[in-house]
Design a protein around this ligand. Structure first.
Ligand code: C2E
Ligand code: SIN
Ligand code: SIN
Ligand code: SIN
Ligand code: FE
Ligand code: FE
Length: 372
């Protein structure tokens, strides 16, 4: 293959276009960084390209992508890369073994012989250091890097920095969203004097049932995050009803039952998969397998699996807990009810999975038990 240095401007553009076309169809940020490392290598005619990332505590650097070696972590104050990162300097070295900054440990481990090296620090939009692009061993006759190789590596570095910044932003937004949803769910519960641990347990039980049912872990995780929202509609129920210390009359019961539809109305407008799942759970967690539930009297598999699962998780937790209107039930009574309601209130398959995995349910209950 021709060295990139001998390519004319059009050929270089073609090369860049080749890699950015690959990037444009990728959704996974790690895959994108991988292609950009390939681009950095091709544009500089180097033998290897490594993308280094500064750790959160800023004490180490680790390899996000590396040609020809496993992921490793180094002290941020060691080596050429660490030096470039801490000083914020671009580096070109013709022979690293003549350079006191070089840390030969990696060569010793991999058996690879590093000679020439070029390092470009990578910054985010606020000029905070993210990491560095490093290329090793120029493939040309002299085997050393030049200033114009540096300019090309900076191109790959710039794209990579943008990718990393967007990935972090996306993670941040998702984390915030999860937190907001969880908090909203907890507020819905706390007004009715149920503990924050109730929503945590319901989330864990739901995840366990989803996995046991055979959903893939991504779907199960979605349900786990959405199920704490099942009673969000309770925020709109008057206190006098919500916290009534005894059994409901018919009128109160009717009002309370609106919490399912209310929760759904609050969430249904969203396009986000997490909020959509939460809307489904809020809407359908009081439907019953035999069609006698509310608000819509759905039956069997017309009830979304997320609703069926949350129903079981919610009732298991509600029965085992003190409420303003009742004392906690003991386990034998709860199990008897589940057996009785198998195929009536609950999806029979889910009841079976509940009993098959009972130890894990009890373990979760113990782990997240209410402290008084
Ligand atoms: P929750 O307390 O979280 O209960 C959730 C579900 O667990 C109930 O849905 C019901 O299916 C089941 N469950 C809870 N405790 C019992 C019980 O002692 N016996 C039986 N057989 N099932 C029980 P449900 O019935 O649709 O109630 C929805 C929500 O309405 C309850 O959420 C609670 O906040 C409220 N609620 C229901 N009944 C009463 C009541 O008599 N008095 C008061 N103050 N609130 C009630
Ligand atoms: C290259 O860009 O040098 C080849 C891509 C690869 O095999 O990683
Ligand atoms: C160094 O940064 O000095 C060593 C890193 C490497 O050899 O890849
Ligand atoms: C799901 O996999 O999201 C649930 C499908 C169903 O409603 O049964
Ligand atoms: Fe409810
Ligand atoms: Fe609940």
């Amino acid at each position: 293959m021709k060295h990139a240095r001998t390519l004319n401007a059009i050929e270089i553009l073609e090369l860049i276009f080749h890699y950015l076309t690959q990037v444009s169809v990728l959704r996974d940020y790690d895959d994108i960084i991988n292609v950009l490392a390939d681009m950095g290598r091709a544009l500089t005619s180097s033998d290897r390209c490594t993308v280094w990332i500064v750790s959160d505590d800023k004490k180490t650097i680790w390899t996000k992508v590396a040609h020809g070696m496993d992921a490793i972590e180094l002290d941020i104050n060691s080596g050429v890369v660490g030096n470039a990162i801490t000083k914020g300097e671009k580096v070109i070295i013709d022979d690293v073994y003549q350079d006191s900054r070089f840390n030969p440990d990696i060569d010793k481990i991999t058996g690879y012989v590093t000679k020439s090296m070029m390092v470009v620090p990578m910054y985010d939009n606020d000029n905070q250091i993210i990491g560095a692009f490093q290329v090793i061993n120029h493939r040309g006759e002299k085997g050393v890097f030049e200033e114009r190789d540096m300019e090309r590596l900076m191109l790959a570095t710039t794209y990579a920095a943008e990718t990393i910044v967007s990935a972090r932003l996306a993670n941040e937004i998702e984390a915030t969203q999860r937190e907001v949803i969880f908090t909203m769910g907890a507020i819905g519960e706390s007004r009715s004097k149920e503990t924050g641990n109730h929503v945590k347990r319901v989330a864990e039980y739901s995840y366990l049932l989803a996995i046991a049912y055979g959903l893939d872990p991504k779907e199960a995780e979605l349900l786990k995050q959405a199920s704490p929202m099942h009673d969000i509609g309770k925020v709109a129920i008057p206190d006098a009803i919500l916290n009534k210390p005894g059994p409901f009359n018919e009128h109160e019961r009717e009002i309370m039952n609106t919490h399912a539809e209310l929760g759904y109305s609050m969430l249904k407008k969203s396009e986000r998969s997490l909020i959509k799942a939460a809307a489904t759970v809020a809407y359908e967690h009081h439907e019953k397998w035999d069609g006698t539930g509310y608000p819509n009297g759905l039956a069997g598999e017309d009830i979304h699996l997320f609703g069926r699962i949350t129903a079981l998780a919610d009732v298991f937790d509600a029965l085992g807990s003190d409420r303003c209107y009742k004392k906690a039930w003991d386990d034998e009574k709860i199990f008897a009810l589940f057996k009785e309601e198998r195929g009536k209130h609950f999806d029979p398959k889910l009841v079976d999975l509940f009993f098959e995995n009972l130890d894990q349910f009890l373990e979760i209950r113990e782990r997240f038990k209410d402290e008084f």
